[in-house]
Design a protein around this ligand. Structure first.
Ligand code: NI
Length: 184
């Protein structure tokens, strides 16, 4: 099933999401549906709050970048109840977009290396280090679980310049090539 994507201005995007229990009803189907929703909107990552569910799940598939970055060749994963507990490396600026903020792409500065604990959809625990593009996408999706959006990280000047655009978006004035939803 393909879910509509909640857009900037929706209150669910600003809530801190909850961990889930191993017996969360329909977990396997939900993870499957999140991948399907992400593919249908050409996203690289999708977090549960973006489909209106305030729970700590996000999915990523960056395998299409495998030619350019070999370490991404098999990077397709679901991250459940994740905790980023180390961030280091260099501060790197790179363009980001978000399915919940249609039509925008802005440079965001983030640390280049993270360490993350999470369980997968079988509730098997993992503790891994990611760098580069993978670390970037994980941090972007992880922010969604804490009610944050990438535009929160922009400089005061960029925020001022985008203020009208974002205010319009929150009133439903945006274009997206996928199904969206705006619920205050
Ligand atoms: Ni996003």
């Amino acid at each position: 099933m393909i879910y509509p994507i909640y857009v900037y201005g929706s209150s669910v995007l600003r809530k801190v999401a909850e961990n889930i229990a191993p017996d969360y009803p329909g977990l396997q189907q939900l993870v499957k549906d999140m991948f399907e929703t992400m593919y249908s909107s050409d996203g690289v990552g999708l977090a549960a709050p973006q489909i209106g569910k305030s729970i700590r799940i996000f999915v990523i598939d960056a395998t299409m970048y495998g030619d350019e970055y070999p370490e991404l060749a098999d990077f397709k994963k679901a991250f459940i109840n994740a905790e980023i507990y180390e961030r280091d490396g260099e501060e790197v600026s790179m363009g980001e977009g978000c399915l919940s903020v249609p039509g925008l792409n802005e440079n965001v500065v983030r640390p280049s290396r993270i360490r993350i604990r999470y369980v997968d959809e079988q509730f098997v625990a993992h503790d891994e280090v990611y760098e580069g593009y993978a670390a970037r996408v994980i941090q972007h999706e992880y922010d969604h679980l804490d009610g944050k959006l990438y535009v929160d990280h922009l400089s005061p000047l960029r925020k001022t310049l985008l203020r009208n655009k974002l205010a319009a978006m929150a009133k439903g004035k945006y274009k997206a090539s996928y199904k969206t939803k705006l619920v205050k």
